[in-house]
Design a binder for this molecule. Structure first.
Ligand code: BGC
Length: 419
């Protein structure tokens, strides 16, 4: 009898502990484009945290750096009345989707979690639509980085550059040593990642804002912009012949294995070095893009939450938002992703020197008005303006006869047509 009673109690207790899980468990379908080795490791941390809470993770990964393909697929799904629970959406895109009424408000969760206190204002504002939280930030990437293979530099007798002149001097040394100076993938967003870093280096943060956020005609139509295009053309001369269409992570692999000496890329590139077991400062160097010291081109990764009907899935979606903002996720995701936490209260002890510098520089640049949103990564302007700039930059990059002055005029015209 006693034994039976104990057994009954044990069964009912174990049922009890499962009841809430089973009753509340739902499915989260998450659209993202985190498909490279490093990115996949990072997103897996979220999947595991959701599964631990009893929820089902439905992965909706659409490959393609910077997410152009993912955004196209998202539109088709949303228009057919079947959006995912969450999607990686950025800056102005968050506003567009919220304007169309697709996003759900997270104010209750944000209030309970004191999001207004733990997020820098700039990040909180990006997550809000008309004052309501509709997205949750996962981390902050910096665009204006230069990744270096120190062994290749040593072989070539090249010096780590701090100015654009030194950058080209290093490129010449690498070239002479038979090493590809600049690893690059010819895709519109990658070309524009270099272009916007050059705008920051040559024109500075104030003009960067005028060009990409305000699209101010006089700032665009300027001698400085002609110089930006001239410099972009010069960079084109240090890229290997097989660059067309190459994915960014394959370009990073060229730096990892010493085939190339440098890559200009956001710090998701660091995730590839991390996944390959490489140590910063030893196997590779992260150097602020020459000429952009003190400035910070930022790219906030965030998940926007779509309106859902199913109650269990709504609960799972709320848990997703809470999980993403929670300290354990902010730490482990960003350690794997190469970015820095979005929250301002995360202990950076476990992070490497690149991340520590990124955090310091982001905070300083924020205070000094030198933090600027990335155009290449959908933070600075609408997808129409972004597309207009992509076209001009990529056509210029691929045409050996392209003229920097004409490209500057084309940029003005193309932006005007997209407005
Ligand atoms: C995203 C990153 C991603 C990168 C490469 C950027 O636009 O913000 O999360 O790693 O594209 O795909």
């Amino acid at each position: 009898m006693k034994v039976l009673n104990r057994l009954a109690l044990a069964i009912s207790l174990s049922c009890l502990s499962q009841v809430p899980l089973a009753a509340q468990a739902g499915e989260v379908e998450v659209l993202h484009w985190w498909t490279s080795g490093g990115e996949a490791r990072a997103v897996d941390t979220l999947k595991q945290l959701m599964q631990k809470q009893g929820h089902t993770w439905k992965d909706f990964a659409v490959a393609g750096g910077a997410g152009e393909a993912a955004m196209t697929v998202l539109k088709t799904r949303a228009v057919s009345g079947n959006p995912p629970s969450a999607a990686q959406l950025k800056g102005p895109d968050i506003q567009e989707w919220a304007d169309m009424g697709f996003l759900t408000d997270l104010n209750g969760i944000a209030e309970a979690g004191k999001w207004n206190d733990i997020l820098p204002e700039r990040i909180a504002d990006t997550m809000k639509h008309d004052g309501d939280y509709v997205a949750v930030p996962a981390g902050v990437h910096r665009i204006n980085w230069l990744w270096i293979n120190p062994e290749a530099f040593q072989k070539a007798g090249a010096k780590v550059p701090t100015t654009l002149d030194e950058f080209f001097a290093a490129a010449d040394k690498l070239k002479a040593a038979g090493i590809v100076p600049i690893a690059h993938g010819g895709q519109n967003w990658q070309d524009t990642t270099i272009f916007e870093s050059l705008v920051m280096a040559i024109m500075g943060p104030e003009a960067f804002d005028k060009v990409f956020v305000e699209t101010d005609e006089n700032t665009i139509r300027s001698d400085k912009m002609v110089e930006v295009f001239k410099t972009l053309k010069r960079i084109r001369g240090y890229v290997d012949p097989d660059f067309a269409g190459r994915d960014w992570n394959l370009a990073t692999a060229m730096v990892i294995n010493g085939k190339a000496g440098m890559q200009i890329m956001g710090d998701w590139a660091k995730a590839e070095f991390t996944a390959a077991g490489k140590t910063p400062g030893k196997d590779y160097l992260c150097v602020v893009m020459p000429g952009t010291q003190g400035s910070f081109i930022y790219n906030i990764d965030s998940l926007a939450m779509f309106k859902l009907k199913d109650e269990a899935n709504k609960k799972a979606q709320n848990d997703l938002a809470r999980t993403v903002i929670d300290k354990p996720f902010q730490e482990v995701f960003n350690l794997n992703k190469g970015s820095i936490p979005a929250r301002n209260d995360i202990d950076m002890a476990k992070f490497d020197d690149c991340a520590k510098q990124s955090m310091q520089d982001f905070q300083a640049a924020n205070k000094e008005g030198k933090a600027e949103p990335s155009l290449a990564h959908s933070m600075a302007n609408t997808s129409y303006i972004q597309g207009a700039i992509f076209d001009v930059v990529t056509n210029f990059f691929n045409d050996p006869n392209a003229d920097p002055k004409k490209a500057t005029e084309q940029l003005v015209a193309s932006i005007k047509a997209a407005q």
